[in-house]
Design a protein. Structure first.
Ligand code: TPP
Ligand code: TPP
Ligand code: MG
Ligand code: MG
Lengths: 318, 321, 321, 318
């Protein structure tokens, strides 16, 4: 990225505005949903580092990943609302959002569910030469044994997987790179509150994997967003306001932890005029508002609810 | 003394009773509140008997099996039933063998509480009915209570019996109110009658029994059909003989199960009833053979609703023999 | 051209055919020989398409699901079926959802081959019938072939179809000889008739069909009872409608299953047949409700033997209607 | 152990002679069985270090563990032969041998099956104060994720488990202590071909666990016995002969890898007369021969085969 490039900021802000919209609509959303507040740096890095052909395994906390990969926020919101709108038709909901055309074939909502599947993606990609596999998971996934099996298997079979652990367990929590290293996987850490560091660390990890066709591991350490604390997320910090980047806001979250404002501050420090930031903000805000509108009005599938519920279960027999 | 209490409170009271009565009872689970879990208040009374697990279902379930073999009475509250798949081997291929392989010397009465069925908007991966997979494991008791009294009895039976147990509970039962007599016998019978009538029998399990009850009440009011509704409190060991006895006394029997048909507990009971009582009029109403989709409007096309149960029973009652 | 070959050879030939035909087929498994596995010779022909896994069933099964989603056709030979419990979630709660959640855009046709049932002296932990647990998973095809032709057809169907598949195979079928026509249609029907007769029907699956065939042959010779024997090649999606059609044409039907009764595939099919054909004479013969013990002499007290099938059918045939 | 103490040798030789007997009877044994050749050092150490009250989780390769804990070889052989002799009644076979009175409540034959169960033993023992839990598993168990979950959980809950990894993956295989250490578990290595080193390392690990009520991990590295190579074990090295300790035998296994002969050599080097070794050998040989005789003739249970197959499935209802 060259100085004054607002791409990174825009990606992160799109993800943030999207989740703010989700939180505003919470009373219309059935069931659980997880927002990505505070994890936007790894999501944006994914969007910037992924090549066409690369596959991505995300998890239940996938909104920012999909937004930054370029998925349509209107389709995502329609799905989160459970509307019978193609392609996911309200069968998936927030936790299973996917976008095959962007490399997200399927999203498992089990903790560590996508981790070993990403090895299979890598196996296929290694044979086809079409790319590498990115695998994003929380620190909790490393409590699951299958994540350890996966690190080991990726080394044994020399699979091109970029493991990205989004660690929001808190400042005092131990680093998780030792676990990857115990299996011989090359590991690094980046600070999720410093988005540019995350982008270059992911670029480096992905480069290693592309060059050697072997796995790499990146731990991105972020603060947990305080709104996640309850059973359902609540927007306790209020909507993000880029103009707060110019000064201390008084909110510990925004002042110290938020990667979006951190990147805004970097840009201001580079001499980018505040107006350009505001212009991006206005565009993104409008974009998400339009998406919300569209999500509510998009035409439902012509099939009946019964048909929607029962189709795509079995393959058409050959 | 009989009181009217919500289902989740009956569950919590049973747990409290077991913790009070037996110092070897330990609870493994997270501090999420009713209706998901049932530790309200009790956790504070016995802080050292509550263990918070990491997200390591296999190790945690297996550790509970080991702890039970070594004399503790662990009860794991796992939350969503599908998390159990990560530690499937523990209750399916370890705990039940302990007594058999030791010639009766050791037992492993570990208790696992999971939330099964479709809770609405849980999504395809969180909504399952593992009771279909668990009913054929010898030595593993499997319960599907449906009322405050039966969840109470089941928790007490699980934590005082000597077999490993899975309680397949249901989020949507949490707020159901009903009578509870804590002093009543906690000898859990395999069937609980929710209402009685002469015109036909509906046999359900867990939430489906409550829905069947609602359907039966409405058929009594609207169609003058007087039905018996029975809940399968115990799925394993199979209660088929008791059901056959009841079925014999009714002109027809409709089985209602939230599971898909193949492997559903209802279908097994029905097959044995059919074998025992050839010519008996039997009908099986299950979830249709698809996933439980996220959107509640889609889900209602899949699992038996009160309306679908009502229509099915009414149509079957009207059919000529 | 029809030849007579052993079962394991038919399996190996089907695999060779698929490897020859489709470069995306990859085999994941250990190099153990027939009857356990089926890679004799083929491994040498396609060394780079055989992957040796570590003892990490969960990661390996899940990786096969991911590989299938990304366009490969992985076939995992896991050996003993219970090892699958370590990776239970992969085929039960991941693979089947891929098409449904992508609105038909992506499929995950991973194939898993396991050795189920009681192989004799495998012990309580190695001898299970997970087909009971797998029949109710929408979108997951489940096969239980019993002859060289049907294992051949099933392997080809699995590796050319677009659904995830579990093949519940049986060690004790390995040496069974039978006709194989490699050129015949590989469109797998859900039922395979092993013999035909008018006096009654026996429906089995996997090894139980071969045992039923032996019992039927002996009843034809010794008791002049002329029986049809059908194997359930497909357990899921359920073949109950085809079985009902066949049952209707016979005076009685005996279902034989190596699984314990509760949750057994046979019991589900029987429940639907009973519902469809009230008054039909039906009998269910399953493993008794205990473990499969180590000593073969004990095991023969538990799973249906040729003798027990024969006696059960003979007694049922003789019963007054 | 004081100089000239033959206890360690006797334990290991008992285990070896037992398995030699098993191999001789192989044609009468149905199904799989696993012998412990080459792993006798950790087994003997277990027998020496276990206190009354301690519990033990072993695995499918359990013969040496049970012999060294003091189990009756006649009962073990009867069970391996599938005879309906109490207590295991032929229901268990070789892979599930157990002896509750010696701390082996149950034996899982799944790879890593006993590992997490040993945590449960430790939880119960920590509350009762009755002892610690020993957990024995092969190097293969660390390919299973649940072993990693168990290391982590044992630390989190501070459980008194002594993990003993019997690593027979070969000289060049990597050490597995890094995996334990990645979870913060204190780890050490011992050479399984040097039995005395194994005993003191296990004593040290168990001491740490007893003192701190936290886990410890010991990797015992042994050569794989060549007879294990096939699908069923075959006695390719021939019966162990202690007199071979006095000179090179010409067999690479006996000269370099066998812990039994290694200990015999230590004793000879200490000045123990060869006759004392021979006397122990004769006693052990006679003991196992008598056990084999007894295994074949011991009275079967009076219950019918059908009763044996179907009892102890459900608890008697209270
Ligand atoms: C196998 C499994 N166990 C438990 C859960 C329930 N669950 C959902 S999110 C979560 C916490 C995950 O923590 P982490 O991986 O750190 O992700 P974060 O929520 O912090 O992004 C849990 C336990 C699950 N979805 N799957
Ligand atoms: C869950 C599971 N997967 C596979 C097996 C089959 N199996 C039995 S022993 C074994 C190898 C184990 O290796 P290791 O732990 O090193 O023990 P060793 O045989 O070397 O003593 C395998 C794969 C099993 N018993 N359980
Ligand atoms: Mg986290
Ligand atoms: Mg080994």
């Amino acid at each position: 990225m060259s100085a004054g490039d607002l791409t990174l900021l825009r990606l992160m802000l799109q993800a943030r505005r999207f989740d703010e919209q989700v939180l505003r609509m919470a009373d219309r959303i059935d069931g659980h949903h997880h927002v990505s507040h505070g994890l936007e740096a790894s999501a944006a890095a994914l969007g910037l580092v992924r090549h066409e052909g690369d596959l991505v395994a995300t998890n239940y906390r996938n909104h920012a990943h999909l937004i930054c990969l370029g998925h349509d926020p209107a389709l995502m919101l329609a799905e989160i609302l459970g509307r019978p709108v193609a392609p996911q038709l309200g069968r998936a909901g927030s936790m299973h959002l996917a976008a095959p055309e962007l490399g997200v074939l399927y999203t498992s909502a089990m903790v560590a569910g996508g981790v070993p599947q990403s090895l299979g993606y890598a196996l296929a990609l290694k044979r086809s030469g079409a790319g590498v596999s990115f695998c994003l998971f929380g620190d909790g996934a490393l409590e699951e044994g299958v994540a350890h099996e996966s690190l080991n298997l990726a080394m044994l079979w020399a699979l091109p997987v970029v493991f990205v652990c989004e660690n929001n367990a808190g400042e005092d929590s131990p680093s998780l790179t030792a676990v990857a290293e115990a299996h011989g996987v090359r590991a690094a850490v980046a600070d999720g509150r410093r988005p540019r560091e995350v982008v270059s660390a992911l670029r480096d990890a992905a480069g290693h994997t592309r060059d050697t066709l072997t796995p790499s591991f990146l731990e991105v350490r972020s603060a947990e967003w305080p709104g996640n604390a309850a059973f359902f997320p609540k927007d306790v910090t209020g909507p993000t306001d880029l103009s707060a980047a110019a000064a201390q806001s008084g909110s510990p979250w925004y002042d110290a932890d938020d990667p979006v404002l951190a990147e805004a501050r970097e840009l201001l420090a580079e001499g980018v005029p505040a107006e350009r930031l505001q212009a991006v903000e206005a565009e993104v805000t409008a974009e998400i508002e339009a998406a919300a509108e569209h999500a509510l009005t998009a035409a439902p599938a012509s099939a009946s609810l019964a048909e929607v519920a029962h189709s795509d279960v079995w393959a058409a027999r050959p | 003394m009989t009181e009217t209490v919500p289902y989740w409170e009956a569950r919590a009271r049973a747990l409290a009773r077991c913790l009070d009565a037996d110092p070897s009872v330990v609870i493994i689970g997270h501090a999420t509140s009713a209706p998901y879990n049932s530790d309200d208040g009790i956790r504070d009374r016995y802080p050292d008997r509550f263990l918070t697990p990491p997200i390591s279902e296999f190790a945690v379930l297996s550790a509970s099996v080991g702890a039970a073999s070594a004399g503790l009475r662990p009860c794991v509250f796992l939350g969503t039933s599908t998390f159990m798949y990560y530690g499937w081997s523990a209750f399916v291929n370890e705990a039940p063998h302990v007594r058999y392989l030791s010639g009766g010397q050791v037992s492993a009465p570990a208790v696992l509480h999971v939330l099964a069925g479709a809770r609405r908007a849980g999504g395809v991966q969180h909504e399952h009915t593992p009771q279909s997979m668990l009913q054929g494991i010898p030595g593993l008791r499997l319960y599907t209570p449906a009322t405050p009294q039966s969840i109470y009895d089941v928790v007490v039976a699980a934590l005082t019996g000597d077999d490993p147990v899975v309680i397949a509970d249901h989020v949507l039962l949490g707020e159901t109110e009903g009578p509870l007599d804590e002093a009543a016998s906690t000898q859990t019978g395999p069937l609980e009658l929710l209402r009685s009538g002469d015109d036909g029998l509906i046999v359900g399990s867990s939430l489906m029994s409550q829905r069947s009850l609602e359907a039966a009440d409405s058929l009594a009011d609207g169609e003058s059909l007087s039905l018996t509704v029975a809940n399968l409190v115990t799925l394993s060991p199979s209660p088929w003989a008791e059901v056959a006895e009841l079925a014999e006394r009714h002109p027809f029997t409709v089985f209602v199960d939230e599971a898909r048909g193949p492997g559903s507990p209802a279908s097994y009971v029905m097959s044995r009833v059919a074998e025992q009582l050839p010519g008996e009029r039997l009908r099986l109403l299950c979830a249709s053979e698809t996933f439980y989709p996220f959107a509640p409007a889609l889900l209602d096309e899949v699992v038996p609703t009160v309306g679908r149960i009502r229509d099915t029973v009414l149509a079957f009652a009207a059919q000529p023999r």
